[in-house]
Design a protein around this ligand. Structure first.
Ligand code: GLU
Ligand code: MG
Length: 450
């Protein structure tokens, strides 16, 4: 059985030859959004990929420390194979790696069924559910990150690049003394992933590059490649780019905001209703209602690390409460002021560590439940937020979010039970490893006084 659309292969190979490509980097996102894959010599591409490139299925559950977390079909089943089949429509030459083109793969079990824990598959399923309603979700990702440079003085071996205060919304050498951001913008622009603009973010050493919107799968593919690309470009300079949610105690966190609208089969924005007071359709209200109602479980996918919950808090520009508001940056869901074809919501919940496919899939799942169950949102937040008397708090730690995901059967079913189980097993392992690890905070707090 083959999942490879061989009709697209010859034109793709011809294009690769014209572009001087000799290696195809076949990649797919694991559970935490790391691009796993293999470099394939282009003259072996057709033969190698038409029957799939084999990987060990447990690669989806590899931890950053190299551990392998067990889930159904993994370790306890004897570490069986999966096969990655390229989606040749995604082939893109990598501008900073001459001769290399990146290609995103879909992953299947040897019996031809999809590997259900594959994040790209999870998102495909959600997009399919919207298609059944004649709807197409459109997503515009916004990712923040820090750039670090080596430092012998720092305990971690890294310090913030371009240290300086008050550089928010500046471009140029003041906050980017070596044009690291400018060069990254240009290289990523040449990559064809539709980056549009770059600026210094609020914190020292923190930057943002925006991606143009597109249909949900395309947006996730581009955001996934963006994160990998930013990290690769930093490594070329001996820097470290990190999408860790809150790497420093004295500076803010990095968000992964998602602009989200829905169009119908004719491309008309269905979030808009010019007759409504706030210009939002019933469907938009229900989508917001779904995001509010399912926020604790959605947080597990959008705030998926132990560190994620240190980004939340009052007066952070990150959310803290489960709320929404019209053009209000202190809310979890902001409705930007544009209407007409630009009518959309901005989910500000997610942090930069989220796997792009899973962040988007869980947002779509919650919105779909809101639409299906006609969930009305609470009153919109007015004025500066962060008042815990007015709205529920987001989960306070990863365990609370994972418990919410485990209990939210409706959302879990939309993501797929095998995926949800695998994700929970993977993340519970992370929490447990952290729980038993002695941190520097404990050492500094206790050693001299106790
Ligand atoms: N850094 C903030 C966050 O973690 C967002 C800042 C902004 O509004 O762009 O969500
Ligand atoms: Mg920002």
């Amino acid at each position: 059985m083959t999942h490879f659309d061989t009709s697209g292969l010859q034109p793709a190979q011809d294009r690769l030859a014209e572009d001087g490509i000799d290696v195809v980097r076949l990649g797919y996102a694991d559970l935490i959004g790391v691009d796993r894959g293999r470099d394939v010599l282009v003259n072996r591409f057709a033969r190698t990929v038409s029957s799939g490139v084999a990987f060990c299925r447990s690669v989806f559950g590899t931890t950053p420390r190299g551990g392998v977390v067990d889930f159904d079909g993994g370790l306890s089943d004897g570490l069986p194979d999966v096969q990655a089949f390229p989606d040749v429509t995604t082939l893109l030459p990598v501008p900073w790696e001459p001769g290399v083109a990146h290609c995103i793969a879909d992953v299947f079990n040897p019996d031809g069924t999809p590997a259900q824990e594959s994040p790209r598959y999870v998102l495909r399923q959600l997009v399919e559910q919207f298609a059944e309603l004649g709807l197409v979700p459109i997503v515009g990702p916004e990712l923040e990150f820090y750039i670090l440079e080596e430092s012998a003085e720092s305990a971690s071996g890294w310090k913030r690049y371009g240290e300086g205060t008050g550089n928010v919304y500046t471009a140029g050498r003041k906050g980017d003394p070596e044009n690291v951001l400018l060069d990254a913008l240009r290289e990523l622009g040449r990559y064809g992933i539709e980056v549009i603009s770059a600026n210094h973010e609020f914190s020292s050493g923190q930057f943002e590059i925006n991606l143009w919107h597109g249909d949900a799968l395309d947006a996730a593919d581009r955001a996934h490649r963006f994160k990998d690309g930013v990290k690769e470009l930093a490594r070329r300079r001996g820097h470290l780019a990190t999408f860790m949610p809150k790497p420093f105690n004295d500076e803010g966190g990095s968000g992964f905001h998602l602009h989200f609208s829905i169009v119908d089969a004719d491309g008309a924005n269905v979030f808009e209703d010019p007759t409504a007071e706030d210009g939002l359709s019933e469907l938009a209200r229900h989508a917001i209602g779904g995001l509010i109602a399912h926020a604790p479980a959605v947080a597990a996918l959008n705030n998926p690390t132990v560190n994620s919950y240190k980004r939340f808090g009052p007066d952070t520009l990150a959310p803290w409460l489960i709320d929404w508001g019209l053009d209000n940056r202190s809310a979890m869901v902001r409705i930007p002021p544009e209407r007409g074809s630009g009518t959309r919501l901005e989910m500000r919940l997610g942090d930069a560590s989220a796997n792009a496919y899973l962040a988007i899939a869980s947002m779509l799942a919650a919105a779909l439940l809101g639409i299906r169950n006609k969930i009305e949102p609470p009153e919109a937040l007015v004025g500066y937020g962060y008042d815990p008397e007015k709205s529920e708090k987001l989960p306070q730690d990863l365990t609370e979010a994972l418990d919410a995901l485990e209990q939210d059967k409706e959302l879990g079913d939309l993501l797929g039970e095998p995926f949800t189980k695998a994700f929970l097993a993977y993340k519970r392992d992370e929490v447990e490893r952290f729980r038993t690890w002695i941190t520097d905070w404990e050492f500094h707090e206790y050693t001299s006084h106790i």
